[in-house]
Design a protein around this ligand. Structure first.
Ligand code: GLU
Length: 288
């Protein structure tokens, strides 16, 4: 098996120390194993992506000493692939259209007298308001949600496994087995297409990892639950499951996870301060 690793940034801001760690971990592993390293530009949300950030990605990675296969895949050019998958999930009755606004969702899931509001990692879990409003065709003015319970039902099993060669947020490693029903309670019916964007991150990433024959996915352990969604989608769509290497998160001086808007730890800022790539690598141990 030829190792194929990838780094898949979104050009919505400058890459920071955390991205450098992720990209170099993936790159080093690919090179040590005599494999290939691919770069994928995750630019599905055209309202937030900017050419200047895309150019900065190329500059930063080159400065780090990383080289990648060409041509570079761009998600903005892959709409057909995503739409085919959406159509097939729709035809199988696994998607439903949802025109709830954020406000509708907040009201529908407001805590009843003594109940508690159910919160997932991305906020309120969708209460399922639109789940049973059948529509014959995909409307073009609504989001599409995955009916999780139905999806799991069609797979005729609820336990799934993947191979973890890194570490999850709770030290998970090795063969990871999880109950997909856990996703229903923790994450709910996820959006697979927004009305203004033909696909979601989750859908695009599994389709593209498959199309690019990615054997190893290296990413921060903040995406550990997202990986479980990806395993479910791979099973639903008949796509392969790569090996996963989740890694620690790089943090700022207050111990907070780095965000793209935090320019102080942008790779560019270190470059301008006269750091070398080796000096930057030395920070990976101190900023974890
Ligand atoms: N575009 C995603 C990010 O920048 C990719 C993460 C992944 O799928 O590994 O966080």
């Amino acid at each position: 098996m030829i190792i194929r690793e990838r780094f898949a940034p979104s050009p919505t801001g400058l890459l920071h120390l955390g991205h450098a760690y992720s990209a170099l971990t993936a790159y080093d592993c690919a090179m040590q194993g005599g494999g290939e390293f691919l770069l994928r530009i995750e630019d599905i949300d055209q309202t937030r992506c900017k050419t200047e950030f895309e150019n900065a990605i190329f500059d930063d990675l080159a400065w780090l000493g990383i080289t990648w296969e060409t041509p570079v895949m761009r998600q903005s050019e892959r709409t057909n692939a995503y739409q085919n998958a959406i159509q097939s999930l729709w035809d199988r009755g696994l998607l439903y259209a949802c025109d709830c606004t954020r406000k509708d969702i907040a009201i529908a899931s407001a805590p009843q007298e003594d109940g508690e509001q159910i919160l997932g990692p991305d906020g309120i879990i969708y209460p399922g308001t639109c789940r049973n409003k059948p529509r014959r065709e995909i409307p073009n003015n609504a989001a599409l949600r995955l009916d999780m319970a139905r999806a799991i039902e069609t797979l005729t099993k609820t336990y799934f496994t993947f191979n973890e060669i890194g570490i999850g947020p709770n030290q998970e490693t090795g063969s990871i087995r999880f109950d997909a029903n856990e996703l229903i309670n923790k994450i709910g019916d996820i959006v697979l297409a927004r009305k203004d964007i033909a696909t979601s991150y989750h859908l695009a990433v599994v389709i593209d990892d498959h199309a690019q024959n990615i054997t190893h996915v290296t990413r921060g352990y903040d995406l550990f639950d997202a990986t479980k969604i990806h395993i479910l989608l791979q099973n639903l769509l008949g796509l392969h499951t790569p090996i996963y290497r989740h890694h620690k998160l790089i943090r700022d001086e207050n111990g907070k996870r780095l965000a793209k808007r935090y320019d102080a730890m942008a790779i560019q800022s270190y470059r301008h301060k006269g750091f070398s790539p080796a000096m930057l690598r030395a920070l990976f141990d101190t900023n974890a």
